[in-house]
Design a protein around this ligand. Structure first.
Ligand SMILES: [Zn+2]
Length: 415
């Protein structure tokens, strides 16, 4: 099977996990993609496991074939194939990973099939079937770029369904480390403590979120293989054995407060054509709808564009270069003038859903901020939001280099 990001063959395929219900507890079986050994918990009989080389469960594949996904005004709908897999930690060594949804707003939807990137409830779109609440620990049995097959507590039992992967993780750094220091993990950035990482544990960094690093890490108890949580950036640096000091407060900040990332850097929007569906921006939404300048700079352009709606482009100096930050789908055209200076944190607009691409809908929210950082000014605001597959923290497409905004904010420099 191929990794979508690096194009190389992965050593391990995604595990296929199958659930088997019993009264109090659910046990999972999965097939190790390397050995094809079927692992059986306790003394139960293992179910028959369909297996295919590409790591898809046969019945899911049948179910997910050619769904008419959401499309934009004036565009023909695009038929997309079943979700592609990416190199999340293999769950093949034990039953499941445990974690919490990224949302703290008690409204993370659970779907009955892996076709989760679907907005609204009108036909042919799939309505969500249930809700995972903020206090619910979910068990993840398989995960790919689009959907995660999970169970969640209902009373004293557990039920099964699919979450959007973006509701669990923001991106895929793909960095594996062996912990050189211990660390406390948290359910969410600034959330309740969740567990510990010990020296020698395997840790996979998934995303950088608000001064924290989201990690998959090996769990020490229970039948779970991994847990999904957050460590502070400083703790992550210590685990990595970095001799450099934790990054000081960056000259950059997130352009919203209290935000949730509904689609991260490199994330796949499966409503887009399969050869140009990788997000080169961050989609953010939140209750505080003010949009802030991510860094001090100058207003380079203000306007309205068909896909990006009302937008602002700011210019900044960073790492000796001029870069541009872009804020799209704003509620109204901001009252800013070209050439006007702005300070980091200054309100420059209000989150909205203007433009053709506003349906983003990932997370069920039409309103969101599309935020990107580039090396080129397009005074008409006609920036691409999606490119072909890429890896790393920057990519160049059609003459514009896009930088991972999370990296820039975190490090205060260009990748
Ligand atoms: Zn976006």
């Amino acid at each position: 099977m191929k990794c979508f990001y690096c194009g190389k063959h992965l050593l391990l395929g995604l595990a296929l996990a199958f659930m088997f219900g019993c009264e109090d507890e659910q046990e999972a079986w999965l097939e190790d993609a390397d050995t094809f050994e079927l692992r059986v918990e306790e003394n139960e009989q293992a179910p028959e496991v369909p297996y295919e080389d590409e790591g898809f469960i046969a019945e899911e594949e049948a179910e997910a074939e050619e769904v008419w996904e959401g499309f934009e005004e004036g565009e023909e709908p695009v038929a997309v194939a079943a979700a592609a897999s990416v190199s999340f930690p293999s769950l093949s060594t034990s039953a499941y990973a445990a974690g919490y949804c990224r949302s703290t707003t008690n409204n993370t939807p659970v779907y009955t099939s892996s076709s989760v990137n679907i907005r609204g409830t009108s036909s042919p779109y799939q309505a969500y079937a249930a809700t995972v609440y903020a206090a619910d620990e979910v068990y993840v049995y398989s995960i790919n770029a689009t959907s995660a097959y999970i169970s969640y507590p209902v009373g004293s039992t557990r039920r099964y369904g699919y979450l959007r992967t973006s509701d669990l993780s923001a991106a895929n750094f793909g960095e594996n480390i062996t912990a050189k220091a211990s660390a406390t993990t948290y359910r969410r950035p600034s959330g309740a403590s969740y567990g510990s990482i010990y020296v020698g544990d395997t840790v996979r960094a998934v995303a950088s979120v608000s001064g924290y690093v989201q990690v998959f890490y090996t769990a020490k108890s229970g039948s779970r293989a991994w847990k999904i949580g957050y460590v502070t950036q400083a703790a992550y640096n210590s685990m990595k054995g970095s001799t450099t000091a934790p990054p000081v407060a960056s000259s950059w900040q997130y352009p919203m407060s209290g935000y949730t990332v509904s689609l991260g850097w490199g994330g796949i929007n499966s409503s887009k054509p399969a050869n140009r569906n990788r997000h080169v921006a961050l989609d953010l939404y939140g209750n505080n709808t003010n949009i802030f300048a991510a860094a001090s700079g100058t207003v380079a352009a203000v306007g309205t564009q068909s896909e990006n709606g009302n937008f602002v482009v700011l210019s900044h100096t960073l790492s000796g270069s001029t870069v541009y930050s872009f804020y799209a789908h704003l509620k109204s055209r901001p009252n800013l003038s070209k050439g006007q200076g702005v300070s980091k944190g200054q309100i420059i607009g209000v989150m909205g859903r203007t433009g053709g691409g506003n349906g983003g809908g990932l997370g069920g929210f039409g309103e969101h901020l599309h935020f990107s950082i580039m090396d080129r000014l397009d005074s008409g605001g006609a920036y691409y939001g999606y490119t072909p597959a890429f890896s790393g923290n920057k990519t160049t497409y059609m003459g514009t280099t896009f930088y991972n905004p999370a990296y820039v904010i975190q490090n205060g420099k260009l990748p």
